[in-house]
Design a protein. Structure first.
Length: 294
């Protein structure tokens, strides 16, 4: 596949994940259980595609430490995101998730010696401005932060770091050519590790009640698991396509925000505010600037 097709596929599947979460709220889905069930869907899909048991096949492979690390961070990231949305709201959480691309950009430049021209720097800054503007205006959190534990103040930084670390690890795997690009066994192993940790966490959290079968949760997990699997697959393929990570990650994030905004307007009938219009215009400008760097 060409770089453009890989980018579009990554944007579409990552946006589909956001759409699934949008419906979770509407149908009052137990998000944590759906996340864990979704990992099961991803494992089943990956195993069917490869015909191999994921973690067993990954044992002894050079990427195993990254698989274990990502499995742990996926669960941590989910919990941090849930608490950040609770105390700071969806807007702030979305901005933190998307602007965390700065970490991957810096990592790509410092560790893999990617270039940083004034044009690329400008494109990155415009992309960040677009992300913030699209999500404006900011609404005050319903929680009075002054009356909450100290750890709550660390949530925004944690959200920013967790997402940046996940993207940086995925980029490192592809840039270092530790395995073939978009290795399906490795991807399935990541979800397997996350599922095991999530099940353990769920048991200690809810006991045997956590394993109570819920049809709507399973259906939600299928709706999430299918795009989730391919969102990671195509992101890895994009990062391994030869395109600089300091270009691929910002373009991917901007594309997701733009498509999500378009779907929000035409599908969910969300109001297209002046902020969103300005943000979308900035996003288009950043894409044009990035196209001049490629």
């Amino acid at each position: 596949m060409t770089i453009l097709l890989l980018l579009l596929a990554s944007i579409v599947f990552n946006t589909a994940v956001l759409v699934a979460f949008k419906y979770f709220a509407h149908f009052k889905i137990n998000v944590f259980k759906a996340i864990i069930y979704n990992y099961g869907v991803c494992i089943a899909l990956g195993t069917a595609m490869t015909g191999r048991a994921p973690l067993l096949s990954s044992w002894g492979e050079p990427y195993l430490p990254y698989v274990l690390a990502l499995g742990v961070i996926f669960i941590i990231g989910f919990n941090v995101a849930a608490h950040t949305v609770r105390y700071y709201g969806l807007t702030i959480t979305t901005i933190l998730q998307r602007t965390s691309m700065v970490i991957t950009v810096i990592y790509a430049i410092l560790v893999f010696n990617e270039s940083l021209s004034w044009l690329k720097s400008t494109a990155i800054l415009v992309a960040i401005a677009a992300i913030i503007t699209i999500n404006m205006p900011f609404k005050k959190s319903a929680k009075n932060l002054s009356q909450l534990p100290t750890w709550v103040y660390l949530l925004p930084l944690s959200m920013f770091l967790v997402n940046g670390i996940i993207d940086s690890i995925l980029f490192h795997i592809e840039a270092s050519q530790i395995t073939s690009s978009g290795d399906l066994v490795m991807i399935t192993s990541i979800f397997s590790c996350a599922a095991i940790i999530g099940i353990i966490f769920g048991y200690f959290w809810k006991g045997l009640e956590f394993f109570k079968f819920e049809k709507k949760t399973l259906l939600a997990a299928i709706a999430l698991g299918l795009p989730n699997f391919f969102s990671i697959y195509f992101l890895l393929r994009l990062l391994g396509s030869g395109l600089d990570g300091s270009i691929a990650v910002p373009l991917n994030n901007i594309g997701i925000l733009v498509l999500a905004s378009i779907l929000g307007y035409f599908w969910f009938y969300e109001r297209l505010t002046n902020y969103k219009i300005i943000g979308l215009a900035l996003a288009i400008i950043s894409v044009i600037l990035f196209s001049q760097v490629i």
